[in-house]
Design a protein around this ligand. Sequence first.
Ligand code: AMP
Length: 171
Amino acid sequence: MDHLKAKIRHVPDFPKPGILFYDITTLLSDARGFRDTVDALASPYMGEDIDVVVGIESRGFILGAAVAATLGCGFVPIRKPGKLPAKTVKATYALEYGTDSLEIHDDAVRKGERVLLVDDVLATGGTAEAAVSLVKGLGADLRAAAFLIELNFLNGRSRLPNDAVYSVLQY
Ligand code: AMP
């Protein structure tokens, strides 16, 4: 997977001092890089009868939609508050300073549906933890959470069902 790592741009001090931002736009714009990324995220779940891929705004939409098309299943977005037009449920989670929230349409996944959650980066795990609570709150069966990048030193994995977490690249 080193060829994928080589295509990710590292931007220091974005969006604020001290953060090293993993910019995947340089990976997505590369035909081979994009294809191999989507295949690496999807391949563990081929034949797993995933019903729906749930992607987290916004880079989780790009990767999640492509993974869903590859697996031949549906795609559902989890969005920032106020973006989804129909009835939603909300989960609020803590940030370094303050809180943030995510929403999903309350009819977007059904009881017992087999769900694969997808996002670009697993950092502290707060975002994914909130997304998992939304999916489970609707009664769906969270089969796995797949990330392109896992920042091991932040141990976000500890906030998720551990055997469910999969990442393609680790730092
Ligand atoms: P967290 O809730 O801390 O796990 O943060 C995960 C979310 O923030 C993901 O949706 C990522 O897109 C974004 N994110 C966090 N840290 C980084 C980073 N170093 N580079 C790029 N995106 C990041």
